[in-house]
Design a protein around this ligand. Structure first.
Ligand code: UD1
Ligand code: MG
Length: 454
């Protein structure tokens, strides 16, 4: 098999994160760093991904699942040693191996595709992606020959004073022809400042054997930035969010204040939607056209139709249809479906329920495990009593019912089509269609009470 596959190095501990979680699983832009890297590799046409794991390997495997194959590097003896672990797995493969690091979440598929294409066009055995860094500290330096070809890469810790002046650095991203890569890895030694097997030495080995070694310079060094600390993680978050808000604005979405708007990479937003400040759109959230979202709203894994107004609202794992007006202060919990034209707001919580077309829940309600039909009016303060301390029960409120204020609907109960519930009722029995259900004590007036108390 020829073509392109990818080896991602992710065995390092990431000491500077000071975390129990493996570094590559830290989330940025709404997904783990390693996920960004795999997505970029796939976009570039990688047919298979192999992840080299070590520290927290089991956790990494569980997070990534079937998207990659895994090899374990028991001891972290260097980047060259890490790639060697994939040798057996790739034995049958006769194409290009792209090597990436798991901690570069800003990488994009387009840049990797360019690296791969130029590698193939050059007919090189190894091609390194380089970048001109404003501050090269910590990176390996690219040492070129007088004719401009890459002679070798020297690590910061092994570099001479003169070599340290070079501002072209190794991004840690490469393409190799598989056979040349593994033959050269077998020749590595660890006679260097860190006592490690350096992957970078493969380039010098191939060059000395008169094999073609090539370099592609990234226009945008930002994409190659590796994340080693929480401060850098926040920096990457900022860059990813900026990219996302620019993408949406370029597609016709108004974002009043991108700096206070947090939108995960997978989220979609339709044109002419306006997003007010302090809005979070997370996970697989999709928002339609001409909506007004925010201020101060958070939607997670939620689908929203067109023309929806949602301010000061929070919904997770919900579906909200067109023309809904919600907020302020609405909490929609998982498995809730809100139909077209519903009005819902002012301290209303809904869980695992459906609300039919045009129904109103305007104030101070809790609706749990309930199916509400269309054209229903739920009076202020109405709640469903869906839990008896042990079990949950469902209720049904049929089309055009009118539930008076401050009622308790003790589930399971059905309020029939067009029925009424008197305000302040505690309803424990079904109310037939078109009937009036009242469940409250009759009022008693005691004459002269003021004087008797004296
Ligand atoms: C490496 C490069 C350096 C380059 C820099 C870019 C080498 C010798 N140096 O240096 O030229 O400028 O990346 O960021 O390759 N890893 C393993 N197993 C190991 C060692 C590392 O899986 O035994 C993984 C790490 O988890 C990380 C990646 O390889 O994802 C890079 O390792 P790191 O130790 O950060 O290398 P650098 O010193 O930064
Ligand atoms: Mg590093």
């Amino acid at each position: 098999m020829a073509g392109l596959l990818t080896v991602v190095l992710a065995a390092g501990k990431g000491t500077r994160m000071k975390s129990a979680l493996p570094k590559v699983l830290h989330r940025v832009g709404g997904k783990p760093m390693l996920q960004h890297v795999l997505d970029a590799a796939n976009e570039a046409g990688s047919e298979k991904n192999v992840v080299v794991v070590g520290f927290g390997g089991q956790t990494v495997k569980e997070a990534i699942g079937s998207q990659a194959e895994f090899v374990v590097q028991e001891e972290q003896l260097g980047t060259g040693h890490a790639v060697m672990q994939a040798d057996q797995l790739l034995k049958e493969f006769d194409g290009t191996v792209m090597v990436l690091c798991g901690d570069t979440p800003l990488l994009q598929g387009e840049l990797l595709a360019k690296l791969y294409n130029e590698h193939k066009q050059a007919g090189a055995k190894a091609t390194v992606l380089t970048a001109k860094m404003p501050n090269a500290t910590g990176y390996g330096r690219i040492i070129r020959t007088v004719s401009g070809t890459v002679r070798k890469i020297v690590e910061q810790k092994d570099a001479s004073a003169e070599e340290l002046l070079v501002d072209e650095v190794n991004s840690g991203i490469y393409c190799f022809e598989r056979a040349a890569l593994f033959e050269s890895l077998a020749k590595l030694n660890c006679n260097n400042a860190q006592g490690e097997y350096y992957l970078t030495d493969v380039l010098e080995i191939l060059g000395k054997e008169n094999e073609k070694v090539w370099a592609v310079v990234a226009d945008d060094y930002e994409q190659t930035l590796g994340i080693n600390s929480r401060v850098q993680l926040a920096g990457a978050e900022h860059i990813l969010r900026r990219r996302k808000t620019i993408e949406l604005m370029d597609n016709g979405v108004t974002i009043m204040d991108p700096a206070s708007t947090f939108i995960d990479m997978q989220v979609t937003v339709g044109k002419d939607t306006i997003i007010y400040p302090f809005t979070w759109l997370e996970g697989n959230t999709a928002i339609g056209e001409s909506c007004e979202i925010g201020p101060n709203s958070r939607f997670t894994d939620t689908t929203i139709g067109d023309n929806v107004t949602a301010h000061f609202s929070y919904a997770h794992e919900c579906e909200i249809a067109d023309d809904v007006i919600m907020g302020p202060y609405v909490h929609l919990r998982p498995a809730t479906k809100i139909a077209k034209g519903v009005k819902i707001g002012n301290f209303v919580e809904v869980k695992n329920s459906t609300i039919g077309e045009g129904s109103k829940l305007p104030h101070l309600s809790y609706i749990g495990d309930t199916d509400i039909g269309s054209g229903v009016n739920m009076g202020c303060g109405t709640i469903t009593v869906n839990y008896d301390g042990k079990r949950k029960f469902r209720s049904t409120i049929e089309d055009d019912a009118f539930v008076g204020c401050n009622s308790n609907l003790v589930s399971p109960v059905t309020i029939g089509k067009g029925a009424y519930v008197g305000a302040g009722s505690t309803i424990t029995k079904d109310v037939p269609p078109a009937a009036l259900g009242i469940g409250r004590a009759r009022q008693t007036n005691i004459e002269g009470w003021h004087d008797k108390r004296k």
